[in-house]
Ligand binder design. Structure first.
Ligand code: MN3
Length: 252
């Protein structure tokens, strides 16, 4: 599949419109060579759309952990810009967004430009970030995820400490992650910039179960330089129902 996709891209790049003169219809090519299978880690969660989805709560919903102005600017400016730039890159680089999932694109991101990498990651990461948060409920992970966390990290407290440290210690901008590896193990790590663990260029690889944005734009208005305080407060608004369901779906 990957070879076919690469061949198709090379073919189109080399022949351009001349290829169409050989009797190859533009409508036939995508279906014949579509890259619709998921990335290397098989998961049962629906593909992430290329468009920005509505925020699942209002801007004030995560206060006091995350203030309304930060949420509004983060969603309507930062995240919206990644989505817009991703759309530009997919057009410029001939990605058929109807047949290739964003997850597949990220799994093959080394074939594309830095603009695609930064904004494809930026869009995917933020779409996930909004969903892994919600109004404070005092909930904990559901049984299966909690059990896996305890088995992998010793205790829930040890897990949150290790995950928080991954966020605190990420130098500059980036993300902390809880991922499910291809052999179905939980692992904590971080990525720089807008990279994520689905990318074939990432040192940390796996299916992202939980992600935390540690870019300054995610917390600076309320917390200024105090990233650790932001992370401590962020745990209050983790939507464990969503995260647990996501874990369960990925384990199937
Ligand atoms: Mn952000």
């Amino acid at each position: 599949m990957k070879n076919n996709e690469l061949s198709r891209r090379n073919f189109i790049q080399k022949t351009g419109k001349a290829g169409l003169g050989l009797g190859l219809s533009a409508t036939v090519l995508p279906s014949a060579f579509s890259c619709s299978s998921a990335h290397a880690i098989a998961v049962n969660t629906p593909p992430t759309p290329y468009t920005q989805q509505p925020l699942p709560y209002n801007y004030k919903a995560l206060e006091p952990s995350i203030d309304a102005l930060t949420m509004e600017i983060h969603y309507t400016k930062h995240a919206a810009t990644y989505t817009k730039n991703l759309a530009e890159a997919t057009v410029a680089e001939g990605v058929n967004t109807g047949s290739m999932s964003l997850e597949s694109l990220l799994a093959n991101i080394s074939k594309y430009s830095a603009k695609m990498r930064n904004n494809g990651g930026g869009h995917y990461n933020h779409e996930l970030f909004w969903k892994v948060m919600g109004p404070k409920t005092n909930a904990l992970p559901a049984e299966a995820l909690m059990s896996a966390i305890q088995k992998s990290f010793g205790s829930f407290e040890a897990f949150t400490t290790q995950f928080s440290d991954a966020g605190k210690n990420r130098f500059g901008s980036g993300w902390a992650w809880l991922v499910l590896t291809s052999d179905k193990q939980l692992r904590i790590g971080s990525t720089p910039n807008q990279d994520n663990p689905l990318m074939n260029v990432s040192d940390l690889k796996g299916f992202p179960v939980l992600g935390l944005d540690v870019w300054e734009h995610a917390y600076y208005l309320k917390y200024q330089n105090k990233r650790p305080d932001y992370i401590t407060s962020w745990w209050n608004v983790v939507n464990w129902k969503f995260v647990s369901d996501r874990y369960d779906a990925a384990m199937k």
